[in-house]
Design a protein around this ligand. Structure first.
Ligand code: CP
Ligand code: NVA
Length: 321
């Protein structure tokens, strides 16, 4: 992804696929788009990006559709009932895919599992992960941009780093992309989850390959996890597709709600801030924190647009057949 026009098809499944220098330029580019509020480029002119979403979405879909328009192209939303995934000859008609899937294997692009780039596809094209069971890369780019934009809030850290980031809750796609990203940017991660909800082996393998494991503390006690935290993050306890596990998950995560009291007792930085990818349920974070002055959730949601636009520009806009 270093050259202006890609030579190989630039897929992005997780931020583990990006080298460190790419993690911040995406953010920087997004920031530029946001601050200037002018058309960044028309790199999607005459291009159509297929949004293959087999799960619901508000922020990611809105960000993708509006970004494609601002970049001079079109996003074509194709929901679960509109298309047969993996069987469409999308390569002949679209110039990229932004896909939200269930199992990660449904999106993985490799010679062994060529879901989209199948032997009958007329042309190859970039595939960007809009959320899978394992990863949610575009969310973490927005989170990083949000932290950089609010660096002034972290008085002792000044330039947004190094931060101590605590995650309290379920080990799911959002956390997985944090695991392969934050330590590479100098931030420490402290995580609390029930023992039966930990990162799967395939995710942990990427964490270790990138050397991120040495800056990750992982236990069961939420109070221990928030010790010294500059930022506290959580996600839903019941991800899309896990609805049948609701009762057992609500029980397992009792005591994991993010509150002022939890962070005071645990010894978080008195100036701690809160992030959540949304949508949010009150059991994982109470109203006082969610709607209070510590919360960065609304700028965080807004930043989905600028970071997705930066990725569309870089992946789809610069790819030529
Ligand atoms: N954070 C996020 O991915 O939101 P949506 O599910 O609404 O797209
Ligand atoms: N972990 C959540 C993230 C939603 C944006 C889910 O997969 O449903």
């Amino acid at each position: 992804m270093a050259s202006k026009v890609h030579k190989a098809v630039p897929h992005l499944m997780t931020l583990a696929d990006l080298t460190e220098p790419w993690l911040l330029p995406h953010g920087a580019l997004a920031k530029k788009h946001a601050s200037k509020l002018k058309l960044p480029s028309q790199s999607l002119f005459n291009k159509t990006i297929a949004l293959l979403f087999s799960k619901r979405s508000t922020r990611t879909r809105l960000a993708a559709e509006t970004s494609a328009t601002l970049l001079g192209g079109r996003a074509l939303f194709l929901g679960r009932d509109d298309i047969q995934l993996g069987r469409a000859f999308i390569g002949g008609m679209c110039q990229g895919i932004f896909a939200r899937v269930g199992e990660h294997s449904e999106i993985e692009v490799s010679p062994r599992s060529p879901t989209y780039v199948n032997s009958r596809a007329t042309r190859p094209f970039p595939v960007l992960n809009a959320l899978s069971s394992l990863w949610h890369p575009t969310q973490i780019l927005a989170d990083l941009l949000t932290l950089h934009e609010h660096a002034y809030l972290f008085e002792e850290n000044g330039s947004c780093g190094p931060l101590t980031v605590a995650y309290v809750g379920d080990a799911a796609n959002v956390l997985h992309d944090m695991l392969v990203t934050y330590p590479r940017l100098g931030h420490k991660l402290r995580i609390a989850s029930p023992p039966q909800y930990r990162a799967p082996a395939e995710v942990w393998r990427r964490v270790e390959e990138l050397g991120c494991d040495k800056d990750i503390w992982w236990g069961e006690d939420p109070k221990e996890a928030v010790m010294g935290a500059d930022v506290v993050v959580t996600d839903t306890w019941i991800s899309m597709g896990q609805e049948a596990e609701k009762a057992e998950r609500l029980k397992a995560f009792e005591g994991y709600q993010v509150t002022e009291e939890l962070c005071r007792l645990g010894g978080a930085n008195p100036n701690w801030k809160f992030m959540h990818c949304l949508p949010r349920k009150p059991h994982e974070v109470d109203d006082e924190v969610f709607y209070g002055p510590r919360s960065l959730v609304f700028p965080e949601a807004d930043n989905r647009k600028w970071t997705i636009m930066a990725l569309f520009d870089n992946l789809f806009g610069r790819w030529t057949h």
